[in-house]
Design a protein around this ligand. Structure first.
Ligand SMILES: [Zn+2]
Length: 457
């Protein structure tokens, strides 16, 4: 018998295909699924109702979906704060190359906690630093996600093009081609769950054109397609990357990716800032997805992605925090606001995003690029019960006319409750499964330990 939770008296933004909204409506959860929703009070006579939530003063939305992150960077925040991407990477690689399993686990806990308390219900981690002898980093990240209770995709990254091969990372920070492929395949075999309500999935994710070999891209794509999992990488982030690709490969990043099998509906790429019309057309034609990371792009002075043009062409676009060494806040709900505001500073301001489009990027768009749009990303009967109750009746938001505008344009809204898979994981902005204060202490200790090890060289 299904156990039901009834949420009533809330404004609801479903983010379904018609952007259906209810001024005062209800949502019924049955076990881990959304059973029904609509305007007014919930239907009479529902059986097995274990809980009724009076959500007066709240906006209910789908849970937020983060499509690009590097959890380990949680313990290297606030460094190289005035650098562009390449200088920032060169400054940080030697420290990152010293991470171990304990550090990675603590950093994952911190990253996940920060996102979950701000309404993220589906997260991802693009992890690509695997120093020799550092332990089971992938396993520790997945454990942290399970403990926090968020739905999760581990993008098993890799780097095999170091300085000696014309790449950016130092020689000691990379894996071999064979080692990276074998470890990625083992991670897929051990952890990927293809079921509808999967809590853990794995993607194949070589780091970027300037840190991996052409062969790793090609064989990584073959591996992912053989296993039926998704592909993720960084693309077209900066002018320096574009120049690098032209010098090394004689073509721009998008053409290079196409030549290595890296455009397709099973691929999503972070950033995609420096895209010309034909790049955008290639993404649209192949349904390649984009993880838009406006705060990180601003922090590293990378530029402004052409999101309105991508959406107009039919490119799937989600939002990403990116690693917290280039976005110290680590929050996704503020990215809704930044996506809208930063876009309006660009050359296409007349076509820039509105508040509802920004919410769509952070929910349904994210689910699309992670390959989970059938399961999550909008509030519809039969989809997974991943949703957030945002409090809108306090000083910060009570006088804003439209709840969706309040969420996107207003201050970061308090989360009264967040549900993942039908289970409440946040209550009044605090995590229910994890002790946030203990996580704060361990992330601080591990950040210090890493800094000390790195300082010894
Ligand atoms: Zn990134």
């Amino acid at each position: 018998m299904a156990q039901r939770i009834v949420i009533e008296n809330a404004a609801i933004a479903t983010v379904d295909a018609n952007d259906t909204e209810y001024a005062s409506g209800y949502v019924v959860l049955a076990d881990n699924l959304i059973e029904s929703l609509g305007e007014g009070r919930a239907p009479e006579g529902l059986e097995d109702v274990v809980r009724r939530i009076d959500a007066t003063g709240h906006l209910v939305t789908p849970g937020l979906v983060n499509t690009h992150h590097h959890f380990y960077q949680w313990i290297t925040r606030g460094l190289a704060t005035d650098h562009n991407l390449f200088d920032w990477l060169v400054a940080l690689y030697p420290t990152w190359a010293r991470i171990d399993e304990r550090m990675t686990y603590a950093a994952a806990q911190g990253s996940l906690a920060m996102m979950a308390r701000g309404g993220v219900t589906t997260a991802m981690d693009h992890h690509y630093v695997f120093p020799k002898g550092s332990g089971d980093l992938s396993g520790s990240i997945i454990r942290a996600a399970r403990e926090t209770g968020v739905r999760f995709t581990l993008a098993r990254g890799s780097m095999d093009r170091s300085e000696k091969d014309g790449g950016l990372p130092p020689d000691f920070a990379v894996e071999t081609l064979e080692g990276a492929l074998a470890a990625t395949e083992a991670t897929v075999d051990e952890h990927h769950d293809a079921s509808f309500d999967a809590m853990t999935q794995v993607a194949v994710a070589p780091c970027s054109p300037f840190s991996v070999s052409t062969e790793l891209l090609k064989q990584g794509a073959e591996l992912a397609r053989r296993k039926g999992v998704r592909l993720h990488t960084h693309g077209s982030e900066t002018v320096e990357e574009e120049k690098f690709c032209h010098e090394l490969f004689g073509m721009g990043p998008t053409d290079y990716f196409e030549s290595t099998g890296w455009l397709g509906e099973d691929v999503w790429m972070a950033h995609c800032v420096h895209m010309n019309d034909s790049d955008i057309a290639a993404f649209a034609r192949t349904r390649t997805g984009v993880a838009h990371c406006p705060s990180s792009n601003a922090r590293l002075a990378a530029g402004i992605a052409r999101v309105p043009d991508m959406l107009a062409s039919g490119v799937p676009v989600g939002l990403g925090v990116d690693g917290t060494a280039s976005n110290e806040s680590g929050e996704l709900h503020t990215e809704l606001r930044n996506a809208l505001l930063v876009g309006r500073l660009g050359p296409h301001r007349e076509a820039a995003l509105n508040a509802r489009q920004a919410l769509r990027l952070g929910t349904f768009g994210g689910a699309q690029v992670l390959g989970r749009a059938r399961e999550t990303g909008s509030l519809e009967p039969g989809k997974l019960a991943d949703l957030v109750l945002w409090r809108m009746d306090t000083l910060a938001h009570a006088s804003i006319a439209d709840p969706v505008a309040a969420l996107v344009l207003g201050a970061a809204a308090p989360v009264t409750a967040s549900f993942v898979n039908g289970e409440q994981i946040v209550e009044h902005g605090r995590l229910l499964r994890v002790d946030e204060d203990a996580v704060a202490r361990s992330t601080r200790a591990e950040a210090r330990r890493l800094a000390e090890i790195a300082a010894r060289g």
